[in-house]
Design a protein around this ligand. Sequence first.
Ligand SMILES: *Cc1c(COP(=O)(O)O)cnc(C)c1O
Length: 720
Amino acid sequence: MLPNSDHDLVPATIPDRLSGLPDVARNLAWSWHREARIVFRSIDERLWHAVRHNPLKFLDQVPQARLDAAAADPYVTGLYDKMMSWFRHEMSGAGTWFSQNWPEQRSTPVAYFCAEFGLHNSVPIYSGGLGVLAGDHCKAASDLGVPLVGVGILYRAGYFDQRINLEGRQQDTDERYDLSLTPITPIAGPGGVPYLATVKTFGRDVHIRAWRLDVGRVPIYLLDTELEENHPDDRPLLSKLYAGGPALRLRQEWLLGVGGVRVLRALGIHPQAWHANEGHAAFMLVERVREYVSGGLAYADAVAKVRAASTFTTHTPVPAGHDQFGPDQVEACAGPVWDDMGITKAEFFEIGHHPVIDHQTFHMTATAIRLSRRVNGVARRHGIVTRELWTSLWPGRPSDQLPIGHVTNGVHLATWMANHIMQVVDRTLGADWGNRIDDPKTWDRMLDADDATLWFAHRSLKDILLNLIREETRRAFVARSLEAPQIVGAGVMLDPNVLTIGFARRFATYKRASLIFSDAERLRKLLTDPHRPVQIVFAGKAHPADNPGKDVLQQVYQFTRDPQFEGRVAFVEDYDMHLAHLLVQGVDLWMNLPKVPMEASGTSGMKAALNGVPQLSTIDGWWEEAYDGTNGWAIGQAGVVDDDAVTADRLYTLLETEVVPRFYERDERGLPLAWLTMMKHAMRIAGRFFTARRMVEEYARDYYIPSMTGAGAADDPPTA
Ligand SMILES: *Cc1c(COP(=O)(O)O)cnc(C)c1O
């Protein structure tokens, strides 16, 4: 509950005039609709922010008087009516891109399996980039009318909350969230049993319940094992994301893949295209082979059928990042599934056999590639890296002739672009620009945006970010008795007039968060320049088991409290989608320093670019495709692996000679015209190409439709 809140203990009664609010609150579509975002805020702004934009929590706590006043306020009811007519139109599914292009397939389901979905911070079942990408994929599929059905896991303990202690060490705390204030609905099984499917693992039957989460027109079925009917040891199997060791992880993946297919069958959903997003979902393919064999097909024919309908997307450019499990574990978890597949145990292990590394382990990526005809990486460079990584599966072939493609990632524009910036786009492109976003010429006109309008929109977003940082720090000061250096390190001395660099992402070592501190004196000069100072805001979590990542975080944290930087370096705790929004919208420059070629794509820079925030990055992932000299800065050369010292030196030089001078060069109105031009180019390029809409269009056209219709090149399966 809120401190000092005037919260009524009984939830308020929704006035008739606003009777649609609960329905809207139960479908995440509200989160990417402009009017809907404002409706809740205008009913009770303080509460809306305090509940971190969770509309169910909001409706649970909003005082009756506020609702009644809103129902009588023409401004709110006007927004509400706009929202409701959009909501009804959205749900009708009329005239979508997909149904216009493929009317025959418009009701043929596409199953999309992923171990995490990042849709909104009020549904904490994601940890980072992979989940947010999957969430953006579902939202764009809803917009386009792609008949997608998601399958994932309901992690009841959420992802961990991050607190940094005085020593700068990350403390991970579980916070179980309230399912009744989460927009999910449990689905009962046949005869009223609470589960829909049963999967045998480690010698026991595990019953699986599914909850439905609505994302616009796309339902996501979230699996859950916390049931009385399950053995007490099995109930928490799916409670935590990426927790525990490989044995638990394996069982989660087994339940997701096998249980997910069975849940779809129990619901009468029979997809003709199946998409495994990352290797965690590969057992979905195994289960479908088993189904075909049980139905009477020979094993080889079953594999051919499964391949024909399946797409596999890999996200991991480094061999060590791929899941693989020991044979004993796999046997205990999955055995004796081979009997049902018409093969021997040895043949089963062949499916997951990696041709180069250890003969013994069961490799999830190898499994997914063997059982999917369509395989892709997530950026052009990552496609090349992936083909090189997997040449061993097609022995004797040059890597550029492997049947592995790429679909460059994109982000969901309506989720990530701030309303303030959308207003600038309205003024520049015309209010109906939403209907013309597939035309590249639309985005070229972003260059005509009015300088002052764009600058003031950006400045208000920066104020919102710095206000949030101050308010969160104030709350933490009260709740946890922070000491002065911690308060400085949390960012209360940040100045809205100063060039602000954002760096927020998972603290994996290859992302090199501490690189900018490698020459502390050179950095100090930049940050504390009396005329043209710079400040940096960091955020991000380290994986609970990643001690080197925690070390980097600790290093960065210690710099935030170092007086030589004069309070110009901040670390904001608890990076989630909410904070991600404010950061990508509110900083001046987005910085990204992955070690090439470790970043498969990267997406936070795309979110920043959509908001007119240019990026400074090493040339890796999406930046190799996006950078053209107008929309930000690049360090190094495409495809060249650099060492840290060289990258750091180039980074400082760019900041000193180009970035800082351009930001502080102002015209007589105080506008940084050259910087604004770069902001417009960032929007032009991101809007044109780096959206989830463009990405899902590619998946639909080149992957899902060929799966459904059998069109496309002949199957070219691995030979090893
Ligand atoms: C977008 C996003 C990410 C992924 O960012 P990268 O640039 O791909 O590392 C991670 N976490 C959150 C909360 C995000 O919104």
